[in-house]
Design a protein around this ligand. Structure first.
Ligand SMILES: NC(=O)c1ccc[n+]([C@@H]2O[C@H](COP(=O)([O-])OP(=O)(O)OC[C@H]3O[C@@H](n4cnc5c(N)ncnc54)[C@H](OP(=O)(O)O)[C@@H]3O)[C@@H](O)[C@H]2O)c1
Length: 290
């Protein structure tokens, strides 16, 4: 039996997202995703190719660069096609490659939204995500600020990232939450409770590190996987990392993928994962991978 997975998810009940998207974070200076991407033109080409291949969901953040990642998206793709959804995030200050500080103060979030609107050349951000809760600021205050920005029309939908189920519930008491972005992959199912809660409540779940990568290191650990992942990949004539992505797409219909890459060949490989069908037997076998 082959299980079919839907190609799209309706984010916030109105934005039709192709479930295989793109995470742009690595189009920044290295190390530390800091500064402008060293080959700006190649980065622009990759972004344009992503759209040609059918991607309509791009994830970025103010903290990537900082600022430069949003700028390269605008310089490559603006004026944007109507169906393109750019998801950005705020709530982190990054004054140096190895200095990342949460800043969830309402005033900081208001300033960050204005700055992202300017860099992205948008009048409204389709999905604005709180990058991570700030322990120094009551979570409800950060969410309240985003709710106000939504009311003012600067944000269409609100997402949250690096959160617990309790925090999602707390946020939903204040405003509708359209998406949650936590780390999750076939090799790291730590956030399974958060994913399950999102699936039950029809909230988009956007796993980061879907290829198992560490955000500050290069390379996808699953690319050379051994065991079940590699066996199924060999049988189907594809790469293990493609099976890892296909597994996620089959796992739950509210999962939207944002694998990150700096090369067009990897981009093409990752997108092709959306066409891989896994049988229920294969899914059962893959569910054992940790
Ligand atoms: N919310 C958060 O706190 C948070 C944290 C981290 C990341 N994110 C988001 O999640 C996105 C993805 O995260 P990520 O880039 O850290 O992890 P990832 O998607 O698991 O892996 C990306 C790494 O895998 C390599 N890769 C990609 N496709 C490949 C392929 N087909 N074959 C072999 N290697 C491949 C890339 O190298 P190449 O460039 O050589 O392809 C890159 O080093 C980011 O862009 C960002 O938008 C969010």
């Amino acid at each position: 039996m082959t299980s079919n997975t839907p190609n799209t998810f309706k984010l916030g009940k109105d934005l039709v997202v192709n479930r295989l998207g793109y995470g742009a974070m690595r189009l920044t200076g290295q190390p530390g995703n800091f500064g402008p991407y060293s080959d700006w033109e190649a980065g622009e080409q990759l972004l344009r190719r992503a759209l040609e291949l059918g991607i309509n969901f791009i994830d970025t953040a103010e903290a990537y660069g900082p600022g430069f990642n949003e700028e390269i998206i605008a310089s490559a793709l603006h004026p944007y096609p109507e169906n393109l959804i750019i998801a950005t995030k705020g709530g982190i200050n990054k004054p140096a490659p190895d200095n990342i500080q949460a800043d969830g103060r309402p005033e900081s979030l208001r300033n960050s939204v204005e700055a992202s609107l300017k860099r992205l050349k948008l009048e409204r951000i389709d999905l604005y995500q709180l990058h991570r809760p700030d322990r120094k600021v009551p979570f409800t205050e950060s969410i309240g600020a985003l709710a106000e920005l939504k009311q003012q029309g600067k944000i269409r939908h609100i997402g949250i990232s690096n959160v617990t189920v309790e925090q999602i519930k707390e946020a939903r008491n204040i405003v509708e939450i359209a998406s949650v972005q936590n780390r999750f992959s076939i090799s790291d199912p730590t956030n399974i409770d958060v994913l399950n809660y999102c699936t039950q409540n029809n909230i988009a779940f956007i796993p980061y590190g879907s290829l198992g990568a560490h955000p500050l290191k290069r390379g996808a650990p699953l690319a050379n996987a051994e065991g079940i992942l590699a066996d199924i990949a060999t049988k189907k004539g594809v790469k293990p990392n493609q099976i890892a992505l296909a597994w996620l797409l089959h796992y739950a219909p509210n999962i939207i993928l944002i694998p990150g890459t700096t090369t067009i060949s990897h981009l093409e490989e990752n997108i092709a994962a959306a066409s891989i069908s896994l049988t229920s037997e294969e899914m059962e076998m893959l569910n054992q991978v940790k």
